[in-house]
Design a protein around this ligand. Structure first.
Ligand SMILES: O=P(O)(O)OC[C@H]1O[C@H](O[C@H]2O[C@H](CO)[C@@H](O)[C@H](O)[C@H]2O)[C@H](O)[C@@H](O)[C@@H]1O
Length: 265
């Protein structure tokens, strides 16, 4: 692919040491698969990120996954794994839990999760193929394996919202998933703090899902040149509508990152 001309992308290329790249995990660095536990990083993604990390100010993965899960799913059999990306920071749980240099930092889990653990499986059982994913600091309910995933998601919206309100948690909607998680943090806040911490002079964010819209907002309000990249899919169109660059899923993301890397030589 040829890199498009865009002011934010030009700024990243002109001053890579001042650039921060943030990337989502599922749907961006990893293809969407029916079973969340069976996801795995695109085999070429860690290599190209490792290459970029040596040239850019910072590379961060900003994800709804716990950082250690992203790292585990980021292992590859033959090449480098995500853990091998120099200086990588993972802002997991939408920024609540941070992994860097092998260390995790996070606030304590919210008390409302116990109520969700007690009640959500019962709600999920009322619909065929709906499964619960417990992520320690958040609990998600997935409908991708239901006979009609979109209908199952709609059927869950109301009971899940009621349960979240009772538990003092926020509902995070995503690709055939509703997540109950602590309120007060999102990918936008996580990215904004990281940009300030690294004194970024330009920013690129790559994402695919509704939770990434907050990160696009953060790019917009960062006060530095920025570029918003969408890992496009037929399933989510809202992000493509806001993006400066749209590529075709994780394969397209890796091809795009390769071009960025090549343009830095
Ligand atoms: O912020 P992300 O890195 O995009 O994580 C968001 C959610 O991703 C995962 O679910 C999604 O990917 C699964 C595996 O491909 C897929 O089965 C599911 O339908 C998608 O919604 C993950 O399981 C969630 O916990 C994350 O919050």
């Amino acid at each position: 692919m040829t890199l498009p001309r865009h002011e934010g992308l030009d700024a990243v290329l002109a001053d890579p040491a001042g650039a921060v790249i943030g990337l989502d995990f599922d749907g961006t660095l990893s293809s969407i698969v029916p079973d969340p536990a069976a996801a795995h990083v695109h085999p070429e993604a860690p290599g190209v990120l490792a290459d970029l990390a040596g040239r850019l100010g910072a590379v961060a993965i900003v994800t709804g996954r716990p950082p250690l899960t992203a790292l585990a799913l980021g292992a590859t059999a033959d090449g480098p794994s995500l853990e091998d990306v120099p200086g990588l920071v993972i802002l997991g749980h939408y920024g609540l839990e941070r992994w860097e240099d092998g260390r995790i930092s996070a606030p304590p889990p919210p008390p409302g999760l116990d109520l969700v653990r007690a009640r959500l499986p019962e709600i999920a059982r009322s619909l065929d193929g709906v499964v619960v994913e417990d992520k320690d600091r958040a609990v998600a309910v997935h409908t991708r394996r239901a006979p009609d995933p979109a209908a199952a998601l709609e059927a869950l919206r109301e009971p899940v919202a009621a349960l979240a309100a009772e538990a003092g948690l926020a509902v995070e909607p995503g690709r055939m998933v509703l997540e109950l998680r602590p309120p007060g943090m999102d990918k936008g806040k996580a990215l904004s703090s990281f940009l300030a911490e690294r004194e970024a002079r330009s920013v690129m964010f790559v994402g695919d899902d509704l939770g990434d819209l907050a990160a696009f907002d953060a790019v917009d309000r960062a006060g530095i040149p920025g570029v918003r990249v969408c890992s496009g899919s037929a399933e989510v169109t809202a992000l493509a509508e806001r993006a400066d660059v749209v590529v075709d899923g994780p394969d397209g993301v890796v091809a795009f990152l390769r071009e960025v890397r090549a343009a830095l030589d």
